[in-house]
Design a protein around this ligand. Structure first.
Ligand code: BDP
Length: 327
């Protein structure tokens, strides 16, 4: 009898400890817009794998790729609200929510990708991260998205005049609409998933993106002139819902961050390889690439875009200057 009682007590303790585990364990869901094999897709899967490894299975992450859980602006909202925990987001569509993060969407603000990473890994990155966290999105690590350039189906772009009158798809962000307007074009903000059909049917004349996305979406099939304007160098994040992150113990936070950082190292390595292989692939398929000898006129045309940003966010002038002063 005594024995039986003791056993049932042990049993109860076991059940309780299991319940305890269930209460702290988390099953997260993550959003990614890209297709299988894309550097970000591979790296986010790696993040999921590392996450459960480093947390001894306490946290698991199910990734939903290919934008199946919705458009990027919607997914950003879902992560902010906690309907999803994780997203691999481009900072472009985060800009309208967090003014600090919008600084990276000022055309030509970064000299090149290494400059962007120097900024992100310094005080500028900390300010951007803080601004995002205040809006419910904590960036755990930064991904590379290269430089974005213009493409269209009719002609090489060499001067702002060539953009004049063109209808150009941009991501959802007024800075990008301003950028196209200042070049004399007509901006058309649109979800990523709609761009292929819009280019094909002539709803828009052109768009802008990096080599890997130009290739992976098939946009090169319907817009065969790629002009190296490199007007935007926008980082991406592995972002987490702030409440989900803040609820973690310090130990767990460190494990989550470490998993994200390791996935970012992999992403950056895969990115470098994919940039060249995508370019090679599309050029073999007949894409005509042109270098823009003088980007000066494009840069000069952006002065009103900077002015609009600074007059809406006068307190962010030091951040802009900090980036410009970063070697
Ligand atoms: C790609 C970004 C992706 C954006 C897409 C776009 O990786 O996050 O949604 O561009 O243009 O380069 O919408």
């Amino acid at each position: 009898m005594f024995h039986f009682k003791k056993r049932s007590l042990i049993g109860a303790a076991l059940v309780l400890s299991m319940l305890g585990t269930a209460a702290t364990a988390a099953d997260w869901r993550g959003w990614n817009i890209h297709v299988e094999g894309y550097p970000n897709t591979v790296a986010m899967d790696k993040f999921a794998e590392l996450l459960s490894e480093k947390t001894n299975g306490e946290i698991t992450l199910q990734m939903f790729h290919g934008g199946t859980l919705g458009s990027q602006p919607d997914a950003i909202e879902q992560v902010r609200l906690g309907a999803l925990e994780i997203g691999n987001f481009n900072l472009g569509p985060i800009g309208p929510i967090a003014a600090e993060a919008n600084v990276v969407s000022l055309p030509f603000i970064f000299k090149d990708v290494p400059h962007m990473f120097r900024v992100l890994n310094g005080e500028g990155g900390a300010m951007i991260a803080e601004g995002m966290a205040a809006k419910g999105l904590v960036p755990l690590a930064w991904y590379d998205a290269g430089a974005r350039s213009f493409y269209n189906g009719t002609k090489p772009i060499n001067t702002p005049d060539d953009v004049s009158g063109m209808k150009v798809r941009v991501m959802n962000n007024d800075l990008y609409s301003g950028m196209i307007s200042e070049l004399g074009g007509n901006p058309s903000p649109m979800a990523f998933a709609e761009v292929y059909q819009s280019l094909k049917t002539g709803v828009v004349d052109g768009a802008e993106n990096n080599w890997p996305s130009y290739e992976s979406t098939g946009h090169y099939e319907v817009a065969g002139y790629y002009s190296l304007s490199q007007h935007l160098i926008i980082p991406e994040c592995v972002c987490i819902n702030a409440d989900a992150y803040n609820a973690l113990s310090d130990e767990m936070k460190a494990a989550v961050k470490e998993a994200a950082m390791e996935s970012a190292a992999l992403q950056q390595e895969l990115w470098a390889a994919r940039e060249s292989s995508s370019r090679e692939m599309v050029e073999k398929a007949g894409v005509v690439t042109n270098v823009i000898d003088d980007k000066g006129p494009f840069q000069e045309a952006m002065v009103p875009v900077y002015e609009a940003y600074l007059s809406a966010n006068p307190d962010l002038r030091p951040l802009v200057e900090l980036i410009q002063a970063t070697e």
